[in-house]
Design a protein around this ligand. Structure first.
Ligand code: BGC
Length: 768
């Protein structure tokens, strides 16, 4: 890697004699080529040497993330704040030239020359977009997900963005919460695998790996458990769920070396996460062993006052820093309040020093002092790397879930002559990318994908109406885009009529429904999960034509498609598949690629199912029959589609489970093996899933819990033996009674199969 070390050159003029120590640090750092060795080379001595030379304002500057376009507390520009050493990081800037300029000011014009971190939400790509995270999780393919994060990191870092606010590791059991789209779904085991993969992908094997960025595990913790699925609302989560369900993905990220963690916005059990010393210090640092630094969520230090937790903004700053939140994102509360708090003795200098130490240690470990600048001359080559584009198509193919395929309508015949593509965003080259995009660049729409795949066919497109929800979209407004307006009622009816005509003329209809990108993500909660605008009416009108209909969903969470699930032959969940989405969808519809995605969430029949998750406890009346059960009276309590569900154009047969023993001790491990055979006519990928259940013990355990999965590829007629290992890691749980992890000697069930209803069963006993 080319090292651009203007900043580290020994002859570089400095602005102050005090900068000498920083220079010694830089020179000695530049002699160490390897980032891992660098990290070990007396990191703390170097950081402390720098801290000794910092003024209080400069220290607080390192704890401050400023907005590039926002004036400072005294109307200073970002450049002025950086020059005076009062910024450690800059938020939401992706313009490479601006980044370069700001970094030059930090390195060459600020007294100590400490480089900046440029933080941005690189969630599922930077220039080339992969499927949104819930789509990536549907691939059940951690190696692929690691690769996508590495590509995103490369595109971001070559642009100057050196820090991503990803991955989002919030377990989501309520589709009303719009941010379900940003995570790996409802399951902890899958969430752990995706957490590890993304941290490795973004950061590489160690901080400072060329072409990678600093990652952020967010939002610590239990943000996805918001009351009523309303974003930012309170979460009430008992310890057993925190430890067994919500914390493990964060622990996995910490174990994978994640450099930063983001404190969540909401109150957890009445304490705002961003002011929770228990969360940020006791759990994260002491228990999990986190060694990086904590960034607040945007303005979440200031919002400690809004929560009526802190009396005023000074107390907000005090409680944030004392909780263990190192850096204040955006609100300038630390910048304006901490100096006085230190002078008054309310915040000891040792607390400030420790917070600064953790920030500087990350900057040193990243090699930022040696390589503060991106090599912008590589940008276009990296953006246009054909392997990146190819990876977006592959990832999209693997993330698409075939939910239903009655009468084997899919795959569609290559010889089709007349296809109707209907839907408000079926022709959109923007919406298909999903929420959280950075660099502009059009994607392939569904319409384009279908046209390219069936060049001989007449492909008729009709919008059919609109899907905008009735309320304004703050997110679009925040991004400076006008919120798309709802089509007038009369126009929607006219569109519906046109759609019906087009459907009648077609051999098959590809009906594209779901959500616009801005309808999923932050501040995008949904009360009813119903198809918005006139989409349900459009669906019913098109289905009433009697033509074969493929319902293709572009969306960020399960929606209420209960009507469609019994009336439409084929339903395909494509999530927001990204840049190559249209092509990947056509690959699946045509059978060029066999669908292999599996649901990372339980699909509810109604929003009233929330919270919906397969790994619930057994009730005293476990069956969904009879009167005195926990079922609903108005709608089946069973999911529309179970967790792990996804169909294929081939079929798989599972042999009986083979265990290498009927009992194990708490010190040993059990091997579970099964033969899986492709019994259909085409090659396909199967996601083999293993679930366990503890039959009795000191606490009631879930009916089933995922504890293993493997994605395998089988040619027609081929068979593969798949094995899993079960031991303490998989069979233990966190016990409220013991306040710790227990592995109890008792009887267990194990199932292996293609979804969470897997039926191949065996049991075993754990002895002391
Ligand atoms: C979101 C975070 C995001 C941050 C910076 C906040 O509103 O909750 O997930 O990283 O903004 O964009």
């Amino acid at each position: 890697m080319t090292i651009q070390v203007a900043a580290a050159a020994p002859s570089k003029p400095r602005l102050s004699p005090l900068a000498g120590a920083a220079m010694v640090m830089l020179v000695s750092a530049s002699t160490v080529a390897n980032p891992a060795a660098l990290a070990n080379a007396d990191l703390s001595r170097r950081v402390d040497a720098l801290i000794r030379r910092m003024t209080l304002d400069e220290k607080i500057g390192q704890l401050t993330q400023i907005g590039a376009d926002r004036p400072g507390p005294n109307k200073e520009t970002a450049h002025e704040l950086i020059r005076s050493g009062r910024a450690g990081s800059v938020l939401w800037t992706i313009n490479s030239e601006d980044i370069r300029k700001m970094q030059e000011i930090a390195v060459k014009e600020s007294r100590l020359g400490i480089p900046l971190l440029f933080g941005f939400d690189v969630i599922h790509g930077y220039k080339n977009y992969f499927p949104v995270p819930i789509g990536l999780a549907s691939s059940w393919d951690p190696a692929l997900v690691e690769r996508t994060a590495a590509i995103a990191a490369k595109e971001a870092s070559v642009s100057g963005v050196n820090w991503t606010f990803a991955p989002m590791l919030d377990i989501a059991r309520d589709a009303r919460w719009g941010r379900m789209v940003e995570g790996a779904g409802e399951d902890t085991f899958l969430g752990v695998a995706m957490a590890r993969a993304q941290v490795r992908g973004f950061q590489g094997p160690a901080l400072g790996t060329p072409d990678r960025v600093l990652a952020t595990a967010k939002h610590f913790a239990a943000y996805g458990a918001a009351d009523g699925g309303r974003d930012y609302d309170s979460a009430y989560v008992p310890d057993v769920q925190l430890h067994n369900v919500y914390f493990p993905p964060f622990r996995a990220a910490v174990d994978a070396g994640v450099g930063t963690v983001m404190a969540a916005y909401m109150t957890l059990n009445d304490v705002p996460a961003s002011g929770s010393r228990w969360l940020m210090t006791d759990v994260l640092r002491k228990d999990m062993g986190f060694k990086g630094f904590v960034i607040s969520d945007a303005w979440s230090v200031a919002s400690l006052e809004a929560h009526r937790f802190a009396r005023d903004s000074a107390e907000a700053a005090e409680r944030g820093i004392k909780a263990g939140v190192n850096m204040d994102m955006g609100s300038n509360t630390y910048l304006t309040r901490l100096p006085r708090l230190v002078k008054l003795g309310k915040v000891p200098m040792s607390v400030i020093d420790q917070a600064v130490r953790e920030v500087l240690a990350i900057k040193v470990r990243m090699g930022l002092f040696e390589r503060p600048y991106a090599d912008l001359s590589r940008k276009e080559t990296v953006f246009n790397d054909p392997s990146h584009r190819a990876a977006t198509r592959e990832a999209a193919q693997r993330s698409i879930v075939l939910l239903r395929n009655e009468g084997a309508l899919l795959p569609l015949k290559p010889s089709l002559q007349r296809i109707a593509v209907i839907g408000p965003i079926a022709d959109s080259t923007e919406e298909i990318k999903g929420p959280w995009t950075a660099e502009a660049g059009a994607a392939v729409s569904v319409l384009e994908g279908v046209r390219a795949r069936w060049p001989q066919a007449t492909v008729e497109f009709v919008r059919g109406g609109d899907m905008q929800r009735a309320y304004a979209l703050p997110w679009d407004a925040r991004e400076g885009k006008p919120a798309p307006t709802l089509m007038a009622e009369a126009e929607m009816r006219a569109e519906e009529a046109k759609a019906v005509e087009a459907a009648r003329r077609a051999e098959v209809v590809v009906l594209v429904l779901g959500e616009r990108a801005g309808m999923a993500g932050e501040a995008a909660s949904s009360a009813a999960l119903t198809l918005q605008g006139n989409q349900q009416a459009l669906l019913e009108a098109v289905v009433a034509t009697g033509r074969p209909v493929v319902l293709l969903l572009l969306n960020g969470r399960p929606l209420n498609i209960t009507w469609a699930a019994s009336k439409v032959a084929s339903i395909v969940e494509a999530w927001f598949p990204g840049t190559e989405g249209g092509h990947a969808i056509a690959d699946i519809l045509s059978g060029a690629v066999n669908p292999s995605g599996r649901l990372p969430v339980t699909w509810p029949r109604s929003a009233g199912h929330a919270p919906h998750y397969y790994n619930h406890n057994t009730t005293h009346a476990p069956e969904d029959e009879g009167v005195f059960t926990s079922r609903y009276a108005d709608v089946s309590s069973l999911p529309l589609y179970p967790f792990g569900h996804g169909l294929s154009y081939t079929s798989f047969r599972y042999g009986p489970l083979e265990l290498d023993g009927k009992s194990i001790s708490t010190q040993s491990k059990l091997r579970v093996s099964v033969d899986v055979e492709n019994t259909g006519a085409v090659a396909g990928d199967e996601v083999v899933q293993l679930y366990i259940h503890q039959r009795s013990g000191s606490a009631t355990r879930a009916v089933r819990e995922l504890k293993g999965f493997k994605r395998i590829r089988l040619k027609p007629g081929a068979r593969e033996r798949v094995s899993f290992t079960l031991g303490r890691d998989e069979l233990q749980f966190w016990s409220a009674a013991k306040r710790g992890w227990v592995f109890e000697p008792t009887d267990f069930d194990v199932w292996v199969g293609g979804d969470s209803r897997a039926s191949q069963h065996a049991n075993f006993t754990v002895t002391r």
